[in-house]
Design a binder for this molecule. Structure first.
Ligand code: ATP
Ligand code: FE
Length: 338
């Protein structure tokens, strides 16, 4: 079974062909344009998708070494995301499915992040049900309980900023270019995580909050820079390591609580921030420390990619779960909604 996946929810245009759950191609075109604005500009993202979508899909089909007539279905991201971006992928998927006379499969982007763990790949282990997934991305921070492919429940989530936003906003305060998350991670590896102390927010239950941290970092740096204008340059590694230490602490306090409450010890991570080196390391350590079994996705399946959309498409194909041609994109969609 050949499935073409199309992803265009934010600022990456991506297409992937998978065959029976194995990746044949996974092409991602990043939009560089947003870097100079310090964040994603929706109108520009939509236009760039328009330009990229045809060549990206062509490349994905070529790399897979198949003809588009071989495709059995087309899966596309229906939401959540930026409406103008989603519309490009949605319209294209609909037209192509109509032209090839094959089924259309709408995919929830957040289910895609989680179910990327089921891509058939020798470098990845598939989690057994039920498991918990800490989904950490540019727009979401959630602890999700997955009882079956399409039975998901949010146990806790952020009340304000997502963890990716916390990384990117901290990076911006430090004068680093967008998206700053990977850079904070890079400098953090060279610094002392205990150099500076940022208090963790007090949030009940399994929910998170990251907006206070961003403000704390801003005030801290404003004060330090007043005393020493070169403070940031001179302490960049230590500042990044301390920010990272705080963020990772917040995440693991909650996932530990979730394990206590549910008794589920199969823990996966997903989303762009799951590429983070410290999160991966600390999660791995829980195997010997607490007896958890952990599932860490390959780097290419962490940030937005169409392979994760294609695998959800494949799982839905097996259940004959196809979409009507009237299906529309939606900016908001909970991970529990199929
Ligand atoms: P969502 O999936 O919630 O709609 P998104 O698709 O925009 O959001 P992703 O592409 O999954 O988000 O993730 C992008 C985020 O991941 C950015 O905030 C980026 O800074 C962050 N990120 C990527 N690599 C790292 C890293 N190594 N350390 C920390 N953050 C990282
Ligand atoms: Fe995403």
């Amino acid at each position: 079974i050949y499935i073409l996946g199309i992803e265009s929810s934010c600022d990456d245009t991506s297409a992937s062909v998978i065959c029976n759950g194995k990746i044949l191609s996974n092409v991602v075109a990043n939009q560089e344009i947003h870097a100079k604005y310090g964040g994603v500009v929706p109108e520009l993202a939509s236009r760039a998708h328009q330009q990229n979508i045809v060549p990206v899909i062509q490349q994905a089909i070529e790399q897979a070494n198949i003809d588009k007539k071989d495709l059995n279905a087309i899966a596309f991201t229906r939401g959540p995301g930026l409406m103008g971006s989603l519309l490009v992928g949605t319209s294209f998927a609909k037209s192509l499915a109509l032209a090839l006379n094959i089924p259309l499969i709408a995919v929830n982007h957040m289910q895609g992040h989680v179910l990327a763990h089921f891509i058939d790949d020798e470098n990845q282990q598939k989690p057994p049900f039920p498991f918990m997934c800490l989904t950490i991305s540019g727009g979401h921070t959630q602890i999700v309980k997955i009882s079956d492919y399409f039975t998901m429940e949010v146990l806790g989530e952020t009340l304000d900023d997502a963890v990716g936003e916390a990384y990117d906003k901290s990076a911006k305060i430090l004068g680093l270019p967008y998206p700053g998350g990977p850079l904070v991670d890079k400098y953090a590896r060279l610094g002392n995580p205990k150099a500076f102390n940022f208090t963790k927010p007090k949030v009940d239950g399994l929910n998170f909050s990251f907006s206070g941290l961003k403000t704390a970092i801003l005030y801290f740096l404003q004060k330090k820079v007043k005393e020493n204008p070169n403070f940031i340059e001179e302490n960049l590694n230590d500042i990044c390591a301390s920010i990272q230490h705080t963020i990772v602490g917040i995440l693991f306090d909650k996932i530990k609580l979730a394990v206590e409450e549910t008794g589920i010890k199969h823990i996966a991570i997903a989303g762009g921030v799951s590429a983070n080196s410290e999160i991966r390391k600390v999660l791995k350590e829980t195997e010997t420390k607490y007896g958890w079994t952990t599932y860490i996705p390959q780097f290419q399946f962490t940030t937005d990619n169409a392979a994760m959309i294609a695998i959800v498409g494949y799982l839905k194909y097996l259940e004959n779960d196809f979409s009507e041609s009237e299906i529309t994109a939606t900016a908001r969609l909970n991970v529990s909604e199929n």
